[in-house]
Design a binder for this molecule. Sequence first.
Ligand SMILES: NC(=O)c1ccc[n+]([C@@H]2O[C@H](COP(=O)([O-])OP(=O)(O)OC[C@H]3O[C@@H](n4cnc5c(N)ncnc54)[C@H](O)[C@@H]3O)[C@@H](O)[C@H]2O)c1
Length: 344
Amino acid sequence: MKKRIGIIGCGKIAQVRHIPEFSAHPQAEIAGYYNPTRSRAEQMAQTYGGRVYDSIDEMLADTSVDAVVISLANTAHAEVSIKALQSGKDVLCEKPMATTLEECEAMMDAARESGRLLLIAQNQRLTPVHRQAREMIASGAIGKVLTFRTTFGHAGPETWSVNPGKGTWFFSKEKAAMGVMADLGVHKIDLIDYLLDSRITDVGALLSTLDKTGPDGNPISVDDNALCILRMENGVVGTMTASWTYYGAEDNSTIIYGTEGILRIYDDPVHSLRLIGSDGSVRDFDVERIQTNDNQTFSGIAEAFVGALFSRDGGELSAEKVLPAMKAVFAAIRSSGEGRFIKI
Ligand SMILES: NC(=O)c1ccc[n+]([C@@H]2O[C@H](COP(=O)([O-])OP(=O)(O)OC[C@H]3O[C@@H](n4cnc5c(N)ncnc54)[C@H](O)[C@@H]3O)[C@@H](O)[C@H]2O)c1
């Protein structure tokens, strides 16, 4: 029988990713939609089928809904996830998981107590290139890993959001809680944990607001650039940069340096994965191009969530696997505020 999915939040990511992907999944159907602005939920119901709910409570009370996807602004993630889990729904919540460690832990407690699944949409774990890179690193393709640099930057969320402009919730500390460190940085912090299969133990970070201004012309209340120095439990050290001010082209690259070579991931415009041997030899693996804001390819998120609903195993996106990245994000924010390295 198909799993019936409720969509909570019909903003941009739900429109370009969750709704089309769940709607296309052979073992899922979209039961319905909730959005604070009802007309947006109505548009989705007209295009993809399913009903419109007037409130989150109404959707959660519907016993025909098996699971929900939460794609609201960051500050709503914890409260809505906990409510949904306590109502007996399995949950896929967008990143960043929540805005404090206490919220993350409360979400995981709610999942444990209710016996429901809690997955976080850290979809960079799912790209075929990242999966292949992880296997190559584990099989010793570049020898012992020593260092890395990973980055995620684009021109900012103000042209992306369904409510575009300088007044976007992404720029508001009240609604987003955190800036680019948690918006884009969490993807790469989580990715490096996944690629190296090791947790971050030490974080030194500098978060800045360099260029973005709000509707009043003043600098936004969250960071638009984040630079981190990271140490992993396996001894590897590296850097992570996240930016909303890479004007002109998106950068989603990761480079891993080992004793026997270098792995360049999404670093070349043509070749998605390049292995450079310590002798200078080059091998390209053209697995696929990375998704960008303007090029939304199939993310695999629906496949991962529906698969988990049947197997009852959260797999790579389970909250337990993502929690270390959230700890590192919170440590980076603290490090920048206190001007010192933070041990996790
Ligand atoms: N996994 C990814 O790669 C990825 C990509 C983009 C966005 N996201 C995440 O998805 C979530 C939604 O982002 P989006 O890109 O769709 O943004 P968006 O601005 O297009 O949509 C925002 C959604 O949140 C709702 N909203 C706005 N203000 C709110 C508030 N104060 N409280 C609760 N809800 C509010 C809106 O009604 C809308 O449903 C965010 O948490 C974002 O970080 C993840």
